[in-house]
Write a protein that binds this ligand. Structure first.
Ligand code: GLU
Length: 549
């Protein structure tokens, strides 16, 4: 009896690993091409941190003519939820982060290195587990959960490290005969890796992001195949990233301390290890305390939040690039009109500790991003959002021709309007351009310097009866407001007003404010000339009538 017999007894059907090595040949890519992946569990929740990782992975693969794939890690079937994969696939799609290979729905994948869902790769893992058993590098463990409990209790009492290692690794010392006999007797078992490591020795590792790190060697005989025949994460990732040709494992830094184990697995399996890049999590400032963005506590931790709020995917991605590389901000300043895909992301410039998530900054980025959209794009996006989240707004937008004019105000010029940071703001921001909304609201008119209703009424009447002409160009239009100001006894020039304190009650700017407030109930709007052009004289007159009390 030898290890080979043991391996055959445990996995009689498993193929030789040479079969898989040939089936999945090394990728034929140019020097320096990065092959990387996003490897989430389908838990029904896509965290913004996962999107962040995917964005980084996608970008690096694109920058180097490499490959980015989506692998679903569903070996912990307790955590699985219905449609978990579709949710991940759709989230990536919503953010235009499309994998080159991998799962595209609950059951289908695309690409030559699949299946890309771990539960469909059972026989592959078993082949590699068999290979390890044949060499005496893995073994069946017959310890029951109760044995495990008892071991833990003893370790605690003796104040030693927990785990299955050294003298505690009871089953590693069984002879092949004993193991075979137990299996033949029908005892249940799992497969453990026989770690060659020693805790008193150190390993050095150079992480692409974290730099040089040093850890004790791994000496735990971790489980590689569970009782259900499926692998654990550690083992599965080694087999998959090897066969799928991953050059860079880019993942959350909660895995950094597993590196000694992972390198050991790669080594014992005879694989070349990939590079590791451990990303610091996105943090939040919680009353002065820095903590990870939490799925339970923070709505902005869920990728779905951004869609619901109507924060455009471009803004989210652009903001995440800000977090990823501090050099992005300067690049953006120097290249305001370039597409963010032209920015060269550098993995080794990522911050070692977690960056703070700043919603104010994100919305600010959103304002700039949206300011560069064409009216058509803004319209399409807002309409799409309204269809999902705001029926009233959807109705208003049905008049496309008119809405395009509204969104076109101060857009497409050198200094475009920057008053929209997310689609859920739009109704509030442009509501006054729609009579249905404007007249339904019972809001105060926030008049400023000129607040006497008599005077206001006079201004409004004079303006409509004597001055406003739709055909006027902007200069003429403005000159007429000056004339009106003069006729009312106000100062026609702001400069003159300032030079002669006390001489005038108000100036042309104050008169403009009266017009603006009567028209929109706001003191601040985009260009009033354009607003008037779009509303047209009749609607202006009607609004002024309503404003006169
Ligand atoms: N399934 C692991 C996770 O959800 C993946 C880690 C990795 O990218 O290797 O965190």
């Amino acid at each position: 009896m030898d290890y080979k017999d043991l391996a055959d007894l445990i996995f009689p059907e498993a193929k030789e690993i040479s079969y898989y090595e040939e089936k999945y040949p090394r990728r034929n890519l140019k020097e320096g091409a990065i092959v990387t992946r996003f490897a989430p569990s389908p838990t029904g929740f896509v965290h913004i941190g996962g999107l962040y990782q995917s964005l980084i992975a996608r970008k690096l693969a694109s920058q180097t003519d490499g490959v980015f794939f989506l692998r679903i890690e569903d070996t912990d079937q307790k955590r699985e939820v219905e449609n978990g994969i579709s949710e991940i696939v759709n989230s990536l799609k919503d953010f235009a982060i499309e994998p080159d290979e991998g799962m595209i729905s609950e059951t289908e994948g695309k690409g030559e290195y699949g299946p890309y869902k771990q539960s469909q790769r059972k026989e592959i893992y078993q082949a590699y587990a068999k290979y390890l058993i044949e060499q005496g590098k893995a073994y069946p463990c017959f310890c029951t959960p109760e044995d495990g409990e008892a071991m833990r209790a003893k370790q605690e009492a003796a104040k030693v490290r927990p785990g299955y290692y050294g003298v505690w690794a009871k089953c590693r010392n069984n002879t092949v005969e004993e193991m075979v006999e137990k299996i033949k007797n029908g005892e249940s078992y799992i497969i453990r890796f026989k770690s060659p490591g020693r805790e008193d020795r150190k390993i050095k590792h150079k992480d692409v992001i974290k730099g040089n790190v040093e850890f004790p060697e791994n000496d735990q005989d971790i489980v590689i195949i569970k009782a259900d025949g499926l692998p654990t994460y550690h083992f599965a990732h080694a087999v998959d990233d090897h066969l799928m040709g991953t050059t860079h494992v880019i993942r959350g830094d909660e895995w950094l301390s597993s590196v000694p184990l992972h390198l050991q697995l790669f080594y014992e399996l005879g694989f070349k290890a990939p590079k590791y890049a451990h990303i610091a999590p996105i943090m939040k400032n919680d009353n002065g305390n820095k903590r990870k963005l939490s799925k339970r506590k923070d709505s902005e931790a869920a990728v779905s939040y951004y869609e619901e709020e109507g924060i455009p995917e471009e803004a989210v991605k652009e903001y995440l690039l800000n977090i990823a590389n501090s050099t992005f901000e300067n690049w953006r300043r120097a290249n305001p009109d370039k597409d963010m895909s032209e920015f060269e992301l550098q993995l080794n410039k990522m911050s070692v500790s977690g960056a703070l998530f700043d919603m104010v900054k994100l919305l600010d980025v959103g304002k700039t991003v949206i300011s560069k959209f064409t009216a058509e794009k803004v319209y399409d996006e807002v309409y799409k959002w309204a269809k999902r989240h705001d029926e009233e707004l959807e109705k208003l937008l049905e008049n496309k021709e008119y809405s395009l004019k509204v969104f076109g105000i101060e857009r497409g010029n050198k200094k475009p309007r920057k008053d929209i940071s997310k689609w859920s703001d739009v109704k509030e921001n442009i509501g006054y351009m729609y009579d249905e909304l404007f007249f339904n609201k019972q809001e105060e008119y926030p008049y400023q310097v000129i607040s006497d209703q008599e005077k206001i009424n006079q201004i409004l009447t004079l303006y409509i009866d004597k001055y406003y002409d739709e055909k006027d160009d902007k200069q003429t239009w403005f000159n007429k407001i000056k004339e009106l100001s003069g006729e009312m006894g106000y100062c026609k020039e702001v400069k003159e007003f300032k030079a002669n304190p006390g001489m005038y009650e108000a100036h042309v700017g104050d008169v403009s404010t009266v017009l603006r407030v009567a028209l929109t109930r706001r003191t601040n709007t985009p260009d009033m000339y354009e607003i008037m052009q779009i509303l047209g004289k009749e609607r202006i007159a009607k609004r002024f009538e309503v404003a006169k009390k």
